[in-house]
Design a protein around this ligand. Structure first.
Ligand code: HEC
Length: 201
């Protein structure tokens, strides 16, 4: 049975939805002894995981671009290569993936359900509402989705060819990713989603 938490209210009310859930959690507070060692809130774990992975990736990319230029940094935009993602995953029995409806690496292509989530996030952004998170529970696993937005740094490899993407970078990308769909972005656009999965306790 699927349990789409964000279906409980319209996307535009996501923030309130989260707050309502927090209040409900507070109402069902455990006995004082149990409260002394509260289990980490799974949402906070998932969000921390996505944020740390994003920060680690951004830092690595920036350092590589600074040292060697964007064409040489291309091989560093791969989440799986990040030790931080591994260590956090081990600590929490979690997995993290990046998905998108315009993939560069085909392995990151959103499945129909993920594409639906991305469509909802895009709709919400078009209404100038930044969705903070989305959650789906299924078969004992909870999936958390967090938007990945572009900034100026990204455009060196995801912007317009011949403009932000230099011919050298364009050629390297074409060689490695002949079916690349991840060019032509502007700043502050939805590029994809972090998908964090956590086993339910
Ligand atoms: C130096 C070039 C470079 C820069 C800068 C860069 N990327 Fe990428 N990006 C890539 C490459 C190469 C891949 C494919 C990685 C792989 O094979 O897994 C990729 C993949 C991705 C993916 C996974 C989905 C897909 O299309 O395969 C996302 C999401 C993404 N990048 C977002 C960003 C964002 C957001 C930024 C800026 C913060 C950024 N990238 C900056 C080169 C870059």
């Amino acid at each position: 049975m699927k349990n789409w938490i964000f279906a409980c209210v319209s996307l535009l009310l996501l923030a309130q939805c989260r707050q309502a859930e927090k209040k409900a959690d507070a109402a069902a507070a455990p006995a004082p002894e149990a409260a002394m060692h509260p289990a980490p809130d799974p949402y906070e774990v998932a969000r921390g995981f996505a944020q740390e992975t994003q920060a680690a990736l951004g830092k690595t990319l920036q350092a590589q671009i600074g040292a060697h230029g964007p064409a040489e940094a291309i091989s560093f935009c791969n989440v799986k290569a990040l030790p931080i993602a591994d260590s956090i995953a081990r600590a929490h029995g979690a997995t993290i993936n990046r998905i998108t409806d315009r993939p560069r690496n085909r392995a990151n292509r959103a499945n129909p359900e993920e594409a639906r989530v991305m469509g909802m996030v895009r709709f919400s952004l078009s209404k100038e509402i930044q969705p903070d998170w989305l959650r789906l529970s299924e078969n004992g696993t909870t999936y958390y989705y967090f938007p990945i937005m572009t900034n100026e740094l990204c455009l060196q490899c995801h912007g317009a060819p011949g403009q932000q993407v230099t011919p050298e970078v364009g050629a390297r990308l074409a060689e490695l990713y002949p079916e690349d769909e991840a060019l032509g972005y502007g700043p502050n656009q939805l590029r994809g989603l972090w998908k964090v999965s956590l086993k339910q306790p």
